[in-house]
Design a protein. Structure first.
Length: 164
């Protein structure tokens, strides 16, 4: 006897930008360039040219991320999984979720059981947060935001100090 497929039911759907966007002013980049110049001068004195190149590449990425608005993606939660940016993640591939605030926006964090990506970051509008949390709670466990790894804590510290 053939197995009947379960009908796909949409529990929540929304559109949001790829990442949290914060436009930076000229003063921010002036300060950043001055700090990078000082650090680069010290590194050139120690003949660490490769490290200077890495720092300049990171400054370029920060400039691009602060100058170009991210594209919008459609996200959908169904009874079979989560679809984000055209890629579907089945519930078996996802582990747990939590909500965090970044620059005044709510960010949905979902850990995955696959190697890449290890974590999904999805920006939420404030009016959809309750609906998304309710829909995800049916399939995934909710946990309070935790900085579990050294890398998480280090990234947050650098973000606060350098305001990227």
């Amino acid at each position: 006897m053939p197995e009947e497929k379960e009908e796909i039911k949409t529990l929540a759907t929304w559109k949001s930008p790829l990442r949290v966007f914060k436009k930076r002013d000229k003063k921010h980049f002036t300060n950043l360039i001055m700090v990078v110049f000082l650090i680069s001068a010290v590194l050139i004195f120690f003949k660490e040219f490769l490290l200077v190149g890495v720092i300049l590449a990171l400054v370029f990425v920060a400039y691009v991320n602060s100058s170009i608005e991210p594209p919008e993606f459609e996200h959908k939660i169904t009874n079979q999984g989560l679809t984000s940016g055209g890629h579907t993640y089945l519930w078996e591939e996802l582990s747990n979720f939590w909500l965090a605030k970044k620059d005044g926006k709510t960010v949905l964090n979902i850990d995955t059981k696959v190697h890449f990506p290890g974590r999904l970051f999805i920006v939420l509008d404030d009016e959809i947060v309750g609906e998304v949390k309710k829909a995800l709670s049916k399939y995934l466990s909710f946990r309070e935001e935790q900085k579990t790894t050294f890398l998480d804590r280090l990234t947050d510290w650098f973000s606060q100090k350098l305001q990227f």
